[in-house]
Design a protein. Structure first.
Length: 742
């Protein structure tokens, strides 16, 4: 496991992070002081387990105190960890056997551990590794990521390697200068029943591995190595396993270290003086059988792994490869031109994205899903359009899979033509076909339909896929849908061609008495309304350019021209809205409150032709000039002034009239502002090309993720005055990958 140095994290280290494999909807979440985390499967929040990761002086039976990383409830307050509820229940059951007898072990059942303070820990947060270091040990979680092969083309062995539903961890104790043994341990205090020791099925042909599990679907397996000079050699001594009511109880018990009534299983090693040993851990999951309703899906990895023990064994056997791959990702990010805050935001986003991914087998076909963070909605299409930049870099076939599944299961027609659902269901329950879990009728705000925007999103994703892969055969297979998208787009402007202006003027009949909304559903009037909305207008312009790209690739000059001409119409409509004081109103209706709002997402649509490589600076000079002037005016407004688009800490405020700002959308805007509009964070012209010029806002956005209430939720999107209030535990922030192209 060759090492690459990741510098100590420069900001607050007290925050949770996902540590997740690809496509398993599983995460080992930890990092936030004084709160629980651990092994979470198919969850929209951190798990509810106390993690005891640490050391004690002497052998396992010594009376020395246990010192742990502060990843258990109460650790940040210096309190002793609580006895898990399941342990209390077990103790009560034991007491019912003893009846009038006193429990001689009552004192040992309460966890007795001491947490390291913040000043005693350094954290090293890379793209593929997350390491905590104390004076006594280091603990690293490895989360390598890469391409998932197309299952229709790859071999079973290739798929097994890519879809390993586990992460690797290493607890290292350097006792080369010590004069007595040290005991290291990894223990989890579970708060639900069903914990067991893995006493068979591990390490076929050798007995150096031990482990524990929660039922058949979550588990940890460990093996010990001597790791002096980073050469991993067998010690000849297997780790020991215990399971009692607390870590101290399990370590101290000589006669019965494993009791099936216990709730705190763990793995430990005794490191002799003069030695540097590591406990290498596989932390994984295995969920067999049908896991979704309506469209019945199984995890695709179950084709390639037989059981939980198979997963854990495979992870330990690939320890060198997995660790090296994770450190290679660290090296790539460290070598980039991004500043330290940008590197953090990309690394943090990557982890939360993979923690939300799910690759299923539905009817013998692969089915790709990204769950919507804390909400667990399935393939929310207005997130998919933001994930496209990441997915086309790593797994282009999943984009094709997503597009096809929306056409097949979650497209519909209203009075204007074709569109697509907001999502495909929630919490592993696929919604009725042609309907989402989110959208309702007769509403004006949140939970209304997003018909226009989802039509744009499917089209933009399709254009991005064809632009980046050149897969015209796929475009031909969906030619009938692409044709319908153009017709539907134009009808949503106005069914009468003579009255069209290139932007949305019609609400879907699915809205009933209500009106359509945008992806910015929880913001105010500036971004909630679809009709005559600046953000949607520029997105429609980009969609017409996407349709032009698709029709050009298909050899249909007539429709390509029709799409281009409508894009020109949209651009003229937007430019005509410019106010004398240099900005564009968020809503083009003077009697609407949104007419007074100033929004930075006006420029978001520019990202698509920039990404496709089709941006024509001469042709679209007027639109670019208007959007540059608009953005510069908004950015130049002092943060202390009325109607500012910046918070006092320097963070970006997407709408002047809303304190709700989204990290994913800020990342897109920053990319467009730097690369195409040539603006810094104060609206001045950039001095040089690259991802610089936004250092104050980058630092603020790091604090938004790592401080206060936000820190518990790993990576979050909706920030109200810099605090996560919605879209927590969220995948969408991988829009930050765009920065690597600057």
């Amino acid at each position: 496991m060759p090492r690459h140095s990741v510098p100590p994290f420069h900001a607050n280290i007290n925050f949770n992070a996902h540590h997740a494999p690809m496509g398993a909807f599983f995460s080992f979440t930890c990092g936030h002081f004084g709160s629980r985390g651990g092994l979470g499967l198919q969850m929209g929040r951190p798990a509810n387990q106390d993690l005891y990761i640490g050391v004690k002086d002497g052998d396992r039976f010594s009376a020395c105190p246990l010192r742990c990383l502060p990843f258990y409830e109460g650790a940040d307050k210096g309190a002793q960890a609580a006895v898990p509820e399941v342990a209390q229940q077990a103790a009560a059951a034991a007491a019912s056997f003893q009846v009038e007898q006193a429990d001689p072990d009552a004192d040992r059942k309460r966890p007795k551990v001491t947490a390291y303070g913040k000043a005693q820990i350094s954290r090293h947060y890379g793209w593929g590794t997350d390491t905590w270091k104390t004076a006594d040990f280091s603990f690293t979680v490895f989360t390598p990521f890469g391409s998932i092969p197309d299952p229709s083309l790859a071999s079973a062995s290739e798929m097994r390697r890519a879809l390993l539903p586990a992460v690797l961890a290493e607890l290292r104790v350097d006792n080369r200068k010590g004069r007595q043994s040290k005991t290291a341990f990894f223990c989890i205090g579970f708060h639900e029943p069903g914990v067991r020791i893995l006493d068979e099925g591990l390490g076929v042909g050798q007995s150096q591995r031990v482990g524990f599990a929660l039922r058949n679907h979550l588990g940890v397996c460990g093996e010990v190595f001597e790791t002096a000079r980073d050469a991993y050699t067998a010690t000849g001594r297997p780790p020991f396993v215990f399971m009692r009511w607390s870590p101290n109880d399990g370590l101290a018990e000589r006669d019965n270290p494993v009791h099936l009534l216990g709730s705190s299983p763990g793995i430990g090693i005794e490191v002799p003086p003069g030695k540097c040993w590591s406990l290498v851990l596989a932390i994984g999951c295995y969920l067999d059988g049908v896991v979704t309703t309506r469209l019945e899906g199984r995890y695709l990895y179950t084709r390639y792994f037989a059981a939980l023990e198979d997963v854990l064994d495979a992870a330990l056997s690939r320890r060198h490869e997995l660790a090296a791959a994770a450190r290679q990702r660290d090296a790539e990010l460290e070598a980039s031109s991004l500043n330290q805050d940008q590197r953090f935001l990309l690394a943090h986003a990557t982890r939360s994205y993979y923690g939300s991914t799910q690759l299923l087998d539905v009817g013998g076909r692969p089915y790709w899903i990204v769950n919507e963070g804390e909400y667990c909605m399935i393939n929310t299409l207005d997130l998919s359009v933001d994930h496209v930049f990441w997915e086309l870099k790593h797994n282009p076939w999943v984009i094709r899979n997503l597009l096809d599944n929306f056409v097949r299961f979650y497209s519909y027609h209203d009075q204007c033509g074709i569109s697509f659902c907001h999502d495909q269901g929630i919490h592993n329950q696929f919604s009725p076909l042609a309907h989402s879990s989110y959208e309702l009728t007769n509403l004006d705000g949140c939970f209304s339909h997003m018909t226009q925007e989802q039509l744009c999103n499917w089209t933009l994703i399709a254009a991005s896929y064809v632009a980046k892969t050149g897969d015209v055969d796929w475009a031909r297979s969906q030619r009938h849908v692409i044709d319908q998208c153009l017709t539907s787009m134009q009808n949503r402007d106005n069914p009468n061609p003579a009255k069209r202006n290139g932007i949305t003027g019609v609400d879907s009949s699915r809205c009933g008495r209500g009106q359509e909304i945008t992806t910015y559903d929880s913001l105010d009037h500036s971004l909630a309304q679809t009709r005559n909305n600046l953000y949607i207008a520029v997105k429609c312009w980009a969609t017409y350019l996407g349709l032009e790209l698709l029709f050009v690739r298909l050899g249909d000059r007539r429709r390509a021209k029709a799409a281009r001409l409508t894009a020109e119409l949209a651009a003229r409509t937007v430019v005509a809205q410019m106010r004398p004081d240099g900005w564009l109103p968020a809503v083009f209706e003077k009697d609407n409150p949104g007419y007074q709002s100033k929004i930075l997402p006006a420029a978001e649509g520019l990202v698509y032709p920039l990404y496709w490589g089709t941006w024509d600076a001469r042709k679209w000079a007027g639109l670019a000039r208007a959007l540059r002037r608009h953005a510069a005016t908004l950015l130049a407004t002092p943060a202390t002034g009325d109607g500012a688009n910046r918070f006092a800490d320097g963070g970006i405020k997407l709408s002047s009239t809303s304190n709700n700002s989204w990290a994913s959308k800020i990342a897109i805007f920053q990319h467009v502002a730097r690369r195409l509009l040539n603006l810094d964070e104060f609206g001045a012209r950039l001095r040089k090309k690259g991802p610089g010029g936004w250092e104050k806002s980058d630092a603020a956005h790091t604090k938004w993720q790592t401080e206060g209430a936000s820190a518990y939720w790993a990576c979050s999107d909706q920030m109200v005055k810099g605090v996560a209030q919605g879209s927590k535990y969220y995948p969408r922030i991988v829009t930050t990958v765009l920065w690597l192209d600057e």
